[in-house]
Design a protein around this ligand. Structure first.
Ligand code: PGA
Length: 233
């Protein structure tokens, strides 16, 4: 199975910067072969999705698109929300949900996040549920058993996010087992200070990585991908 490599841009980038990043993303035949072992998924801010889709199609890039959030409601009178229905025709395959920054800065609750998961599933968008050790049990109790099996989990220890202090692979191996006891044998990706030097260690242990800071500059992200591509998993 391909390893997931998510690029989570968070609230960064402008139209011009998206043009630069995607116009220069490697896509020679040789590059494509190297990158074929990865499911590369880009999560730009909402206003940049349409442009990203256009460039990805024009350049025939093997990059999928994700949203960084989703409304817990359907379409309708919910000012400021972006509903799954609004995303039709944008080729959105994944939704990153319950990121710790949203739980922390926007007070997202486990119930709200569970509602977002349902919306994603109703529109055939794969939910990528972000979890930390502190609340993964509680979050699971807000989801039905049938829903748990449809998730892609992103284990993101709070202390590792944006700190330069990634979790140790040993810790990750232990938490992976614990997570799977609660959520079942679903794919698990790791996020938190992933870079070109440590990416292969994490890919050997789990199903992929969620990259924040090291996905912002194209050169850093390419270094990470090519470093990862030197191994078989
Ligand atoms: P980071 O962010 O790679 O900058 O640590 C990861 C994340 O928050 O998803």
């Amino acid at each position: 199975m391909k390893k997931y490599v998510f690029a989570n841009w968070k609230a960064n980038k402008t139209l011009a910067e998206v043009n630069y990043w995607l116009d220069n993303f490697p896509n020679s035949e040789e590059d494509q072969q190297k990158l074929a072992k990865f499911e590369i998924v880009l999560a730009p801010p909402y206003p940049l999705l349409a442009l990203a889709k256009t460039i990805i199609e024009r350049r025939h890039l093997s990059i999928k698109l994700a949203v960084q959030d989703l409304s817990p409601f359907g379409k309708g009178s919910y000012t400021g929300e972006v509903a799954a229905a609004n995303l039709a025709d944008l080729n959105i395959e994944y939704a990153i949900l319950g990121h710790s920054e949203r739980r922390r800065f926007l007070a997202e609750s486990p119930q709200l996040i569970a509602d977002k998961v349902q919306q994603a599933l109703a529109y055939q968008i794969q939910p990528v549920l972000c979890l930390d050790q502190a609340y993964f049990q509680e979050q699971a109790s807000f989801l039905q058993q049938a829903t748990l099996q449809k998730l892609l989990l992103a284990y993101e220890p709070l202390a590792a996010i944006g700190s330069g202090q990634a979790e140790s692979p040993q810790q990750l191996a232990a938490i992976k087992q614990t997570l799977q006891k609660t959520y079942g044998l679903v794919p698990i990706i790791y996020g938190g200070s992933v870079n070109d030097a440590n990416v292969a260690d994490f890919l050997k242990l789990c199903d992929g990585v969620l990259v924040g800071g090291a996905s912002l500059k194209l050169i850093d992200f390419i270094d990470l991908l090519f470093a990862a591509s030197q191994f078989d998993y």
